[in-house]
Design a protein. Structure first.
Length: 385
């Protein structure tokens, strides 16, 4: 069975790594790996290939940046001849970036079945480009591999038949669990002088900020940065800055020397995982980091009004705090004043999602009974109160 496996941006690499390993482990499967080049710089692409031990792609499309329309169209233009030459049995896409939707459209137009990993996640906010990508991809996919029970219900409401919905767990957690031991030897804590002595880690928070709605609008970005600066006056914050955010800060004329924020260049996966694992809390607008902090049992404050990953809230590790600067400061102080948090872990986030996906695609059965009982309350909407 030949599977065309598509990746294009930073969040994709953590998801394709375990799928590639699982494909390569099976004699009956041949994976053809395509990197669209949606993220092509060292900080957001190449370093993740090294950290995650991802083999070189069979096809590198080198699309680069551009508007959503330009990027999507260029991915489709360059991917179509690859599909026509390779003639895969299926095209496997992950996540919700432009590469995900573009590859799904190309495959569907050529009559190639599409498998979507992380299907069914919904923020119900159509101003998010990722939401459009998710909805379109799920509308044309043949296999819908879901990470949490709410995704199953979302797909059913949209008319997707049960026979194509497969609750398998979270491939990004497959990667996280495999990499914990390697991340533990990262020197990042020592490099940043975050240890008291040789063992104990000083309390600190970790920040990521990159969502266009937060960083492209100058007044909102200024408000969030000012709030983070105020927090950092009493609680140290580490802030690896995304290139998009860096560009927004340059437009504001903001200089890191005017703040107590500890600003870093983008980090590799292992360094970032080590920082996230030992943080007292994480402040983010990322979707994937909400999931990673949940499995690491690190409190997460999400600078958004909604989330497509409500199970992170249900399990007790994530809280939506919105984008109001005052609310962000007060929420952070409340979290720091809390004692140890007690939370749950999502079902099937056990490091075996990629195995279940390949079992399904190759016709192996037997795991479905693992997903029959959901002890968690999954009724939350994923929107900020």
């Amino acid at each position: 069975m030949k599977i065309l496996l598509i990746a294009g941006a930073r969040p994709n690499f953590m998801k394709v790594a375990p799928l590639l390993r699982e494909c390569d482990r099976r004699k009956e499967v041949r994976a053809v790996f395509v990197h669209t080049g949606q993220h092509y710089d060292e900080g957001l692409s190449d370093v993740f290939f090294r950290d995650l031990s991802i083999r070189l792609p069979d096809h590198a499309l080198r699309v680069g940046s551009g508007s959503h329309a330009q990027q999507t169209a260029e991915i489709m233009r360059r991917l179509e001849p690859v599909c026509q030459t390779e003639k895969p049995d299926s095209v496997l896409v992950v996540g919700d970036v432009n590469s995900t939707m573009a590859a799904a459209l190309v495959a569907a137009k050529l009559g190639i079945p599409v498998a979507h990993v992380e299907a069914g996640l919904r923020s119900y906010d159509r101003t998010m480009p990722e939401e459009i990508n998710r909805v379109v991809t799920d509308a044309i996919a043949s296999w819908h591999f879901t990470t949490e029970p709410s995704a199953n219900e979302n797909l059913r409401r949209e008319g997707v038949p049960d026979s194509s919905i497969h609750f398998v767990g979270n491939v990004m957690i497959d990667t996280l669990l495999v990499c914990l031991e390697r991340a533990a030897i990262s020197p990042i804590l020592d490099d940043l002088e975050l240890r008291n002595g040789s063992v104990e880690v000083k309390p600190y928070g970790l920040v990521t900020l990159h969502r266009p709605s937060n960083v492209d609008e100058p007044s909102r970005l200024r408000g969030l940065i000012d709030a983070l600066g105020r927090i950092s006056q009493t609680f140290p914050l580490i802030f690896p800055v995304h290139p998009r955010t860096s560009a927004g800060l340059e437009r504001l004329g903001w200089a890191s020397g005017h703040s107590h924020l500890r600003v870093l260049k983008p980090l590799g996966y292992l360094d970032f995982l080590q920082l996230m694992r030992h943080a007292r809390l994480v402040i983010t607008d990322s979707g994937g980091i909400q999931e990673e902090t949940t499995i690491l049992r690190v409190p997460c404050l999400t600078m958004r009004e909604n989330t497509e990953r409500p199970i992170t809230i249900t399990c007790g590790w994530n809280r939506l705090v919105g984008t109001d600067p005052e609310a962000l400061v007060s929420s952070c102080m409340e979290e720091l004043a809390r004692g140890e948090r007690a939370g749950q872990q999502p079902p099937l986030w056990d490091g075996k999602a990629s195995q279940r996906i390949l079992d399904t695609l190759t016709g192996v059965t037997g795991y479905e009974q693992l997903a029959t009982a959901f002890p968690l309350d999954t009724t939350l909407s994923g929107k900020k109160d």
